[in-house]
Design a protein around this ligand. Structure first.
Ligand SMILES: Nc1ncnc2c1ncn2[C@@H]1O[C@H](COP(=O)(O)OP(=O)(O)OP(=O)(O)O)[C@@H](O)[C@H]1O
Length: 545
């Protein structure tokens, strides 16, 4: 039983993880990392312990059989006393259950206080650099301090409720026993029952008391597990899964199942038949995947009359009729004031979100006709703060590529081209050195060069550089810029940069303002226009030739 339950739990954990993973990006805008972590740890943990204690390890069944068995014995011993005892026990159980129900808000508040604490921890540590750079330590400590106090207060309240619960239960049990002594005593006095029968009856009553208590606890645990299941369901049903991603993922899982048994936990089984048939319907609407890459290497990427609002703020239109053509194999720089929508364009090109109106095409084909896993393969993004994973440098460079497609030589070649090889071989274990959580054991410039090596190895035809060099000192910036120039060669590149000096060599510069492209041309053409771009350049007081 135990083994079966552990298997069921592993499968459930994997299914919940998969369901979270394939949600649309807006799902992750809505929920905090800590909340989602809680779903997979605390909620599934309480479901696991409730069921494994009570069903898998038979505690609940044992309590149930003990209660039934003892009641039978009591009936045999004394058919007159047993119903009276039954009524008393039932009254005790009902009052305990009612009381426990009234403590649900206290339990909930305690759970929420715990979740807030874990949110604060996740938020602080996952953004430690931002905290450092803004001297935010004191602020975070103060927030965490108030959450610790709130947790302490809810813990104290919960403790008080628990002890009242315990005292009431015991008082009720002893009152029942006293009533039984009095009643039994009077029956012995009138000769209706023998002393022995009453003594054994009282002995069995103790057994029944403990068994009933066990049963009440089991119901309490099961109620907790229903609450956890309800929470998991309510979070997962709040937005739709991203079918364009789910389909590609499922196809990849199926193709890898032969080699990787752990993936079988994540594959769709018969119980998800409905979503499988939906996915097959979706699949039939998709174009053949093999030509995405060919199209992206040979055709322009165009945003055609794109309108967009973030799903969490549907009434605020961020892009309103934006059109821009990224010529194949050339560099387009996107500039504009803060909040104009530049990063939003990146998110649409990466297909984290889809336009609300208009379309994005590659060589004339709407990108929505390709599944997202395939699309992800043709787009590389290098951010200002690249995210590295807490594995080795080499594994980070090869991240996401099939193991059998990448050799150590390929990794070294990419690292050399990204100006990263020299610093990597000076690390204690070279390419096998672990980079720490989010790459924290490397400097900012080193992390970027690893990210560039990763993009080089991925060899995607479309490249997006989002403010890639703005956080670096002069030496690192030169190393990173050289690596980027190599990376951009022959790729359709979109560069977003606030410092206009870094984009003057782009083939075209697009100025984004109020959710549209308002100026388009080369650096000198736009300067000659004396429009918004020229005044932005003026504001930045940069010395151009
Ligand atoms: N996930 C989101 N949900 C809702 N609104 C968002 C979201 N992300 C960005 N916005 C809003 O969209 C608008 C455009 O933001 P965006 O990040 O695209 O601007 P930007 O031009 O890249 O700015 P910056 O140069 O400062 O990075 C802003 O008003 C921002 O508040």
């Amino acid at each position: 039983m135990n083994t079966i339950w552990e298997k069921v739990m592993s499968a459930l954990r994997a299914k919940v993880f998969r369901r979270v993973l394939i949600q649309k990006v807006e799902f992750f805008d809505r929920y905090k990392v800590g909340e989602l972590t809680g779903l997979l740890t605390t909620d599934l943990g309480s479901l696991n312990s409730a069921v494994s204690e009570n069903i898998s390890r038979d505690r609940g069944f044992r309590a149930l059989s003990e209660v039934t068995g003892t009641i039978c014995i009591l009936f045999i011993l004394s058919p007159q006393l047993a119903p009276i005892l039954g009524v008393l026990m039932l009254a005790v159980s009902i009052s305990v259950a009612v009381y426990k129900r009234s403590t649900v808000p206290v339990f909930k508040a305690h759970g929420l206080a715990q979740a807030s604490m874990s949110d604060c921890i996740t938020e602080t540590f996952s953004a430690i650099r931002t905290v450092r750079s803004f001297n935010g330590e004191k602020r975070q400590m103060s927030i965490f301090g108030s959450q610790v106090l709130a947790y302490e207060a809810s813990g104290t309240k919960l403790g008080a409720f628990k002890s009242i619960n315990e005292s009431l239960t015991r008082a009720a049990v002893y009152i029942s026993l006293m009533a039984l002594y009095c009643l039994g005593g009077s029956k012995v006095k009138t000769g209706e029952l023998s002393v022995g029968t009453v003594a054994s009856f009282i002995g069995y009553t103790f057994t029944l008391t403990f068994a009933v208590q066990g049963l009440v606890n089991t119901f309490g645990d099961l109620r907790g597990s229903f609450a956890a299941t309800e929470r998991i369901n309510s979070v997962l049903s709040s937005v739709e899964a991203d079918e364009a991603l789910a389909f590609g993922l499922e196809r990849e899982i199926q193709s890898k199942l032969m080699h990787d048994r752990t993936l079988s936990l994540f594959s769709i089984d018969g119980s998800e038949h409905k979503s499988q048939s939906l996915r097959q319907h979706y699949m039939s609407a998709l174009k053949s995947v093999s030509n995405v890459s060919a199209l992206a290497w040979s055709g322009d990427v165009c945003l055609e009359d794109v309108h967009f609002s973030y799903p969490l703020r549907p009434d605020v239109e961020i892009l309103n009729g934006l059109s821009l053509s990224l010529k194949c194999g050339t560099v387009t720089a996107l500039v504009g004031p803060s909040g104009a929508g530049k990063s939003t364009i990146v998110q649409l090109l990466a297909r984290f979100y889809e336009p609300t109106k208009g379309r994005i095409t590659v060589a004339g084909e709407d990108v929505r006709t390709f599944d997202k896993s395939e699309w992800a393969r043709v787009v590389s993004i290098v951010n200002q703060e690249p995210v590295l994973f807490s594995v080795s440098v080499g594994e980070n460079i090869a991240y996401g590529l099939p193991d059998d497609d990448v050799s150590k030589d390929d990794i070294i070649r990419a690292a050399k081209a990204a100006n990263a090889h020299d610093f990597i071989i000076s690390l204690p274990q070279g390419y096998d050195t672990l980079v720490g959580e989010r790459g924290g054991l490397l400097s900012g410039g080193q992390r970027q060069r690893v990210a560039i090596a990763r993009a080089l190895l991925k060899n995607a035809p479309i490249l997006i550089l989002d403010e890639a060099t703005s956080a670096l000192d002069a030496v690192s910036e030169r190393l990173v810029q050289d690596a980027l120039n190599f990376l951009m060669k022959d790729r359709t590149t979109l560069v977003i940069a606030h410092r206009l000096s870094t984009v003057q060599n782009a083939n075209q510069i697009a100025l984004c303002s109020d959710g549209r492209i308002t100026e388009l041309g080369t650096h000198f053409e736009l300067l000659a226009k004396k429009g918004q771009y020229a005044s932005l350049v003026g504001t930045q007081r940069l010395a151009f030739e």
